[in-house]
Design a protein. Sequence first.
Lengths: 200, 175
Amino acid sequence: MASESGPLARPRSPRELFVAFTLLALQGFGGVLAVAQRVLCEQRRWLTKEEFLEILAVGQVLPGPNVCNVALMVGDRFFGWRGAFAALAGMMTVPLLIVLAVTVAYSEFALDPAVAGALKGMGAVAAGLIVGTGLKLMIALRVNPMGVTVCAALGAVTFVAVAILRWPLVWVLLGLGLLACLYAWKRLGAVAPLVNPQER
Amino acid sequence: MHTSVDWLGLFDHFLLLSLLSVGGAITVVPDMHRVLVEQMGLLTETQFNASIAIAQASPGPNVLFVAVMGYQAAGLAGAATTLAGIMLPSTTLALVVARWGHARREWRAVQAFKAGMAPIVVALMFATGWILTAKTPGWSHVLLTVASAIAVWRTRIHLLVLIAVGGILGAVGWV
């Protein structure tokens, strides 16, 4: 993927952030995460995959919608609170108007089997988009100081706990997350402490 | 339609849910159901479920289902109340924490957090896909999910094209 190498770019203004996040939100049916990764890392090239994963990790651990937290943090990183506000407003404003319009229209078409079928098909694809984005981000784990084997094991346990056993996310993040962070802390101490895994 | 809406109670409750919504607003749906449908009686069961379906079928972040619930419960003012309530605490917290962490990004503890959480975050994406797929009975939609996952991973097909294909396959009844 040649177009993914080379230097990163950065947005020129909060206005550009607003437009970029509006456009990416409008492409996100059934969730914006897949689009956000593609636009921010591959098209606009404002973030590396590793940076995206880091920001997503913080957004994931904190309460609140993950993609909104991501927008906020990306905007803040480039233009402070103005950028944060611009990115979040871009993510929310136009989609909010659309979803309210759809709500008004919904009562007319809710019982149409073709509409119900289309929603089901779009839902299945939306689930696939999230899984595919996870597959893409796996490559960022290669440089993880915990090593590939431990990452795979942690991932497998997380998946079983959340998807199969349906444990509450808070406990998974607190329990497994704490274990993982402690192990990463230990590993970071074992290797040379000044080596930054996401050197740019 | 609704003559007496307890605006402050509604707003307060969503402020609280915002701080509990680790993993996104969808994780506190059971409690929204308890308050909006059972306690306050602002929404019917059907309206409640439709709110989530509408937001998922519309572009934009899934958290907008909260605005749809507010709108169905009490019009535009209701949408503003619930959405502001669910967003204000979590966004403020995210901004504060992100700045704290970014200013200390060379700290071993901050790096350990990022490294430790990375595989868990990736696994959560797989779990989300699994949960969304497994709750619907049948197999044809699972094939569609797997195919679109591979398409996202390995190709540069536009995501909207994939969504459109899914919508068409579903509309003609193949999913």
